[in-house]
Write a protein that binds this ligand. Structure first.
Ligand SMILES: [Fe+2]
Length: 247
């Protein structure tokens, strides 16, 4: 067995089947064994077996297990070009850069803190998102914070109803009734012999007019004519995101 031990600590040692180590032939000479073909074959076959157990640098054989590198590196690699190839470092860096957001890219994240490689932007707070079809990305607008605008009482402008906007009204008028005083007609009737009327002495005989009188009914408009406002609270639910910039 030219190779002993277990991965990753196997070692090779020479042997002629009886003597082992770095002085196999000296040990053989010391016992006057001389050159024996069997010893030579055994020893050389050990070496051949050991060589065949090694990884050929020209790709003449394939690794039969994972290769422990002992924290060392493969160097001088050619960039991989197909599935199963190793990846060369510069090739990997370039590929990552190509697949990554450029520095300064800004976007939002639905999480508590900026992910690694990103920095949260804290100068913009309490804004809603608006999609535009122009090159205006990043601009801000509006005068109220989002939370205040959609989750607190808002008041619309005052408005005075016009005549056309007034509802039709029904007035319940009760007439209490009233009287008129008729002037008393005063006349002196002359009566002749045997009771015959001789005529009046000139008093009123056709009609009379009462004094002017009012009903006492009145309809009063006590409306103020002022405007009014409305309040509303949308109470819109919202989900917080953080705005971050790629470092
Ligand atoms: Fe109103």
């Amino acid at each position: 067995m030219p190779i002993s031990g277990s991965s990753p600590n196997k070692t090779f040692s020479r042997s002629d089947s009886v003597r082992t180590g770095s002085t196999v032939w000296q040990q053989s000479a010391a016992v006057s064994r001389g050159i024996q073909p069997t010893d030579q074959d055994y020893h050389d076959q050990d070496i051949a077996t050991a060589i065949n157990a090694c990884w050929f640098r020209d790709g003449g054989n394939a690794a039969t297990s994972n290769i422990p590198m002992g924290t060392n590196k493969f160097t001088g690699l050619q960039a991989g070009s197909t599935s199963g190839d190793s990846v060369e470092y510069a090739q990997m860096v370039a590929a990552i850069a190509a697949a990554s957001f450029p520095s300064g890219t800004k976007t939002i994240f639905h999480q508590a803190a900026a992910p690694t490689g990103w920095t949260q932007i804290t100068t913009i707070n309490d804004y809603a998102l608006r999609i535009v079809n122009t090159a205006g990305g990043g601009a801000t607008g509006g005068s109220q914070g989002f939370a205040a605008a959609v989750n607190s009482s808002q008041t619309v402008s005052s408005h005075v109803l016009t005549t056309a906007e007034l509802p039709h009204l029904t007035y319940n008028i009760t007439d209490p009734g009233h009287t008129h005083t008729v002037a008393t007609l005063t006349a002196t009737i002359a009566v002749g012999a045997g009771g015959a009327a001789l005529g009046n002495n000139g008093g009123a005989t056709t009609s009379t007019t009462t004094s002017s009188a009012t009903t006492g009914i009145s309809v009063a408009d006590t409306n103020g004519g002022g405007g009014h406002t409305h309040t509303f609270n949308l109470g819109v639910g919202y989900l917080d995101f953080i705005l971050c910039s790629k470092t």
